[in-house]
Design a protein around this ligand. Structure first.
Ligand code: ATP
Length: 778
């Protein structure tokens, strides 16, 4: 693999010696980031180096700390937690003499670009280093520590930051490498605690990491529907936090909840800046509410374990983008950092991001909490409002006046997907906070056509749904036309629904289209209707993300990690894994990226014998290079519909026949395990965000949709009216609503149940690049 990948490189005129370093606290995904940087650098014709032990390795220098890295040195790193090149907190680098030593060591090693993966401290250091660089080399030259040649060759240092930190405390990015793995660990722990808390009717006070940032606590609070939160950016605005907390917890208990979960970020404070500790919170719960209360400090468990799929993707995409950034860097361009906004990887100015990040801490210190929150990204603010509306609002005093309160229905359509229940929970609790009446339509449109399927949702009934997989209200694949459009319309008018939220995949998409088209004949459908995409195939037009796709990807990635390990133990084995996804190769493509699979075959590209032959050749070379010693197994992923002829079994048979006993191939089919399981933290929190946006959409579009008729009751079909039946989605860097009519008529591949525009093409190219796969074209 090494030779094939290194041979495809097109030597770039600006080829550099690029070094990567991990710094500050370790975070899951740092290894994936280092792997991507090293392989992308080699691919681009550069030499790749790793600086071991963070800045202290740079200050100490020499071949022990600054090592050239080769393609195979990072094999298997994608899945590993922590950082294999070490990290440290280094006081010497904060001194000028330390940075001068680092400068000399870098020049001696011939490094001309540095990529630092770390938090705001590490990136502050990196930018300071770059700013000082001209004066440092001048000094080194003048004191004869470097030659004139070295001085001339290293006049400028290219720096780029990739964001590795579990806290997600950096400004100008939605996420940092490691934060979602850490959140996944926290949610898992709280799910475990939930069961015991429920059994004994106990209260648990759970401390999570976050000295200056409440992101982990806030997201965990949403994902586990915690009762109360303490975060540094938003101390309780009540005079005494204990009054407010007791009021909320007591109200939840009075409604019948058996357990209480309070999440405390490490850096939690009261409005007078005094720390709020778990012990303080526990004492209040015991003394004032008489609750049997325990404290659980999650500690370093939150940093451990391998990276979740999202972090592997983020780390890999950031790594590849960082190599491009240092290759394109000039002295005039400010140092970039690579961030992500919604679904798009972007470059942002490093200095500005660090400055903004630090200003949050300053705002907190000066008790300007409104400013502190406003300086966090807009998603943080939205999540905080959502948490408060769902979990701490007083439902006896809803926020909307009586005349604006509506009857809103929710329905699940199609196959189950992780996050469907979280969507229903969030929909219902947000409705309560606004004063709407939430209705659940049970068992899809088939259920509705059979009558008796509509029930109002009550608070205790949906309690705990955020962490349950499947669909509690039941889901069904049938569309309204298949179930009986007339009966569906009759039911809609019987209950006088003012709005409809559909949660589902392609069938839900088709259903929404049918309902919208039927508005002319059935006035009951002249209400706002919105689809929250939920399908593991992630094939719904109008969105690059669907609920359930992350849960599915994680279960597939866990499965692949496990069989890869089995393949590695057997030394010369390759597994051919069959992935679900219908006509969409999304899951297979992303799983290839997350597991470092040798190849993936998807329906969009189809399969050719030439490509299969090429991939088998790659396997032969790679096994031959290992000489039976490598600890890394090999995987080939195949979407179930990539080819009717070349089935999973046939592919394995062909590989076995070609391998001539030098290695073997076996099949592995995870099947419906990909649809089930406990929903991931991402699917839970995005479900909440989407469900609340959906209710807001109904509120905002009610007037237009319900008044879309003339004096004779005839339907007035204007663009404004068609905009009241929409798909809610994430496209590149925006969350947006797009009219179903636009999507169905122009952006859907006829007959194939997929969107026309495949947004993940880049992902395939990058996965191939990083495993040295040679594409023979399609
Ligand atoms: P985390 O988010 O996990 O805390 P971090 O990158 O913010 O990560 P820090 O401990 O703040 O972690 O910084 C890591 C290292 O970066 C420090 O030990 C130090 O070597 C270097 N560093 C931090 N701030 C500066 C600075 N102002 N000047 C020079 N170097 C710095």
């Amino acid at each position: 693999t090494a030779s094939s990948a290194e041979s495809v490189l097109k030597a770039v005129a600006t080829a550099k010696n690029i070094a990567v370093m991990t710094s500050g606290g370790d975070a899951p995904g740092m290894n994936a980031n280092v792997r991507a940087i090293i392989r992308a650098a080699i691919y681009k014709g550069c030499k790749a180096y790793a600086v071991y032990e963070g800045y202290s390795g740079l200050v100490k220098g020499g071949p022990e700390y600054i090592r050239e890295m080769h393609w195979n040195d990072v094999r298997g790193w994608l899945a590993e937690g922590g950082t294999n090149i070490g990290t440290a907190r280094c006081m010497e680098f904060k001194e000028r003499w330390g940075r001068s030593a680092a400068c000399k060591n870098m020049i001696d090693a011939g490094i001309d670009a540095l990529i630092v993966c770390g938090g705001d401290g590490s990136l502050t250091g990196a930018d300071l280093f770059r700013a000082e660089w001209p004066s440092l080399i001048k000094e080194l030259h003048e004191t004869g520590k470097i030659t004139t040649q070295q001085y001339e060759n290293h006049k400028h240092l290219n720096i780029c930051g990739t964001l590795g930190s579990i806290d997600n405390d950096m400004s100008l990015t939605d996420a940092t490498i490691g934060c979602y793995s850490s959140l996944a660990r926290i949610c898992k722990a709280i799910d475990y605690i939930d069961a015991t808390a429920n059994s004994h009717q106990r209260a648990f006070v759970i401390e999570v990491m976050g000295r200056h940032c409440g992101w982990l606590a806030l997201m965990a609070g949403i994902a586990t529907s915690a009762d109360y939160l303490f975060i540094p950016e938003k101390p309780s605005s009540h005079k005494d936090w204990s009054d407010h907390m007791c009021e909320i917890v007591a109200a939840h208990r009075a409604r019948g909840k058996r357990k209480t979960i309070v999440i405390v970020a490490e850096g939690a404070i009261a409005s007078d800046l005094t720390p709020v500790t778990c012990e303080d919170v526990k004492n209040v719960l015991v003394d004032r509410l008489g609750l049997d209360t325990r404290i659980t400090t999650l500690g370093h468990v939150q940093r451990g374990g391998n990276a979740v799929a999202y972090d592997r993707i983020l780390a890999t995409m950031q790594g590849v983008a960082a190599v491009d950034a240092v290759l394109e860097g000039t002295p005039e361009i400010p140092s970039p950092m690579i961030s992500i906004i919604e679904n798009k990887i972007v470059r942002k100015p490093l200095v500005e991001a660090v400055k903004l990040t630090k200003s949050v801490a300053e705002a907190i210190r000066s008790k300007d909490f409104a400013k502190a929150i406003s300086l966090r990204d807009s998603e943080f603010v939205e999540h905080l409002h959502n948490f408060m509306a769902m979990n701490t609002a007083d439902f006896r005093e809803p926020s909307l006046p009586v005349e604006q309160r509506k009857k809103i229905a929710i329905i699940n359509v199609g196959a189950p997907a992780g996050g469907m229940n979280s969507a229903v929970y969030s929909f219902a609790t947000y409705c309560f906070s606004r004063g709407h009446t939430p209705y659940a339509i049970h068992n899809g449109f088939t259920g509705l056509a059979r009558h008796d399927a509509v029930r109002t949702l009550d608070w205790l009934g949906v309690e705990g749904w955020t962490s349950i997989g499947g669909s509690e209200i039941g889901t069904n694949r049938k569309t309204p036309e298949e179930a009986d459009l007339g009966t569906i319309a009759y039911e809609f008018s019987k209950y006088k629904f003012d709005g409809l939220v559909l949660v589902g995949g392609f069938e839900a998409f088709v259903s929404l289209n049918q309902l919208e088209k039927a508005r002319a004949n059935f006035p009951a459908f002249r209400i706002p209707m919105v689809l929250i995409p939920a399908t593991i195939s992630n094939n719904v037009p109008g969105t690059e993300y669907s609920l359930g796709s992350d849960t599915c990807l994680n279960s597939l990635v866990d499965y692949c990690d496990a069989i890869k390990q089995s393949a590695a133990a057997t030394r010369n084995r390759c597994f051919v894994v069959e992935c679900q996804g219908g006509n969409s190769g999304y899951i297979a493509s992303y799983a290839q990226l997350c597991c470092g699979a040798t190849a993936s075959y998807v329906p969009e590209e189809g399969m050719s014998l030439t490509q299969l032959a090429q991939d088998i050749e790659t396997l032969k070379v790679s096994f031959a290079n290992d000489q039976g010693k490598s600890k890394s197994g090999r995987l080939i992923l195949k979407s179930e519909k990539a080819s009717d002829v070349l089935t999973t079994k046939t592919i394995a048979d062909i590989i076995n026949s070609e391998a001539k006993q030098r290695f073997d191939a076996k099949t592995a089919i995870p099947g419906h395990a990909q649809q089930g399981g406990i929903p991931s933290a991402i699917d839970r929190t995005r479900a909440a965000r989407f469900a609340i946006k959906a209710v807001q959409f109904v509120e905002q579009n009610n007037d237009i949709a319900c008044n879309a008729e003339n004096e004779f009751g005839e339907f007035l079909n204007s663009p404004a009216v068609s905009n009241t039946a929409c798909v809610l989605g994430i496209e590149r860097s925006h969350v947006k609503f797009t009219a179903i009519r636009q999507l169905y008529d122009y952006e859907t591949e006829e007959g194939k149940r997929v969107r026309k525009n495949i947004f993940w093409k880049d992902i395939r190219d990058i996965s191939d690049l990083l495993v040295g796969r040679v594409s023979v074209g399609h």
